[in-house]
Design a protein around this ligand. Structure first.
Ligand SMILES: Cc1ncc(COP(=O)(O)O)c(C=O)c1O
Length: 373
């Protein structure tokens, strides 16, 4: 007999169990090399060196609460993106911004819409406030968003549409024309979240493929009902510090700010983000490694007979044609952690973060070994 199930809130009781990222190997002892972590799309080169330096200088101030307004960082981001400071809200990772949007715009009886096989946190943030997440089907056999199906899923109770661009876990990207056409058809009561966690990588792939990247910031500047999400977790290498931000209508962000946990963004995270924003060298190194290694991983996996979706992010989505959980377990025994996508309704697929050249070679050798090559 459960002691608390009748006492907890309905969303807490009904929310699906969370599947956390696999933890780094703790049982390795001294003889085994550390686990190669290609399961959470982290930056394989670590934090921006400028951010490390800035944090070292700020350590002695850790007894003080941070600036709750994140004023300096907001000002710098506003300049960086040519928007007003009121159009910037800094949060503890962009996932905090997702939660705030749900708390601010949703309630039981209302819903948000996204695609199937998208960022798993959308469902968690929506369900936590007792609302529904409607997941439109993807384009058959293409692992891409079907924007028409997303449009059809919108109803009078819809308040948010989430578009991860590029999408996690499939790595597919919507170009500027597709986003423009979609936004033109969205009803007025709906806020569209353009989640651009992988922006720097996507920009590079768009240039290589001669595609036009979404003009997301233009929508913000025009005051459209759009929130653009960015993060310092990926290209800047600050995932462990939890700092991201939303850009959008000042009035909506002011409501979201009321819902924020006081002091949610640590001072070290703020100073690191300020420094990382200027670290062009680090971003360039990370992004160019990503583009060249994406090709090597894609070719290597394809040569082994696996189907790989062309990526616009810092990971590849790969259909193995066999049970992904089992495969990921065997890879882990070989010292490499990847993400099996059973929980995304893709039981034969894995998502592999693009690592350093050395990490990727180890991964490819490990899957070759599993395949008996
Ligand atoms: C699509 C998408 N949005 C947002 C995030 C969250 O990033 P953050 O670390 O800023 O919370 C991720 C992280 O993996 C992601 O894949």
């Amino acid at each position: 007999m459960s002691r608390f199930s009748d006492l907890v809130s309905t969303p807490a009781r009904e929310m699906a169990a969370h599947f956390p990222a696999p933890s780094p190997r703790k049982d390795s002892g001294e003889t085994q090399p550390p686990l190669i972590k290609l399961d959470s799309n982290e930056n394989p080169f670590g934090p921006s060196p400028l951010a490390i330096e800035a944090m070292q200088s700020a350590l002695a101030g850790a007894h003080l609460y941070p600036d709750d307004d994140c004023a300096e960082l907001r000002r710098k981001l506003a300049d960086h993106h040519s928007v007003l400071i009121e159009q910037v809200l800094v949060t503890a990772g962009s996932t905090e911004m997702l939660a705030l949007l749900c708390q601010t715009l949703l309630a039981p009886g209302l819903n948000a819409v996204t695609s199937e096989r998208s960022f798993i946190i959308y469902g968690m943030a929506v369900h936590a406030v007792g609302a529904r997440l409607m997941q439109a089907p993807m384009r058959k056999h293409k692992d891409e968003f079907d924007l028409d199906a997303i449009q059809v899923a919108i109803n009078p109770d819809t308040r948010i549409v989430f578009l991860a661009n590029p999408n996690n876990p499939t790595g597919t990207m919507l170009d500027a024309a597709a986003v423009d056409q979609f936004l033109a058809k969205v009803p007025g009561q709906v806020v569209v979240v353009l989640d651009e966690a992988y922006y720097h990588f996507a920009l590079q792939f768009a240039a290589l493929r001669k595609l036009q990247h979404s003009q997301s910031l233009e929508y913000v500047r025009q005051g459209a009902s759009v929130i653009v999400l960015r993060t310092f977790s990926k290209a800047h290498g600050l995932a462990g510090l939890r700092v991201g931000y939303g850009l959008g209508p000042a009035e909506l962000l002011a409501y979201c700010a009321r819902m924020r946990n006081t002091y949610s963004v640590a001072e070290l995270a703020q100073v690191a983000a300020l420094a990382a924003l200027d670290d062009r060298n680090h971003i360039t190194r990370v992004v160019s490694n990503n583009a060249s290694q994406a090709k090597i991983l894609t070719d290597g996996l394809s040569e082994l007979g696996h189907r790989v979706v062309p990526t616009a992010a810092n990971f590849v989505y790969c259909d193995l044609g066999e049970d992904a959980s089992l495969f990921a377990h065997r890879l882990r025994v070989e010292g490499v952690s990847v993400r099996p996508l059973n929980a995304w309704g893709a039981p034969n697929c894995i998502r592999v973060s693009i690592g350093t050249p050395e990490q990727n070679q180890i991964f490819l050798s490990a899957i070759g070994k599993i395949a008996g090559i």
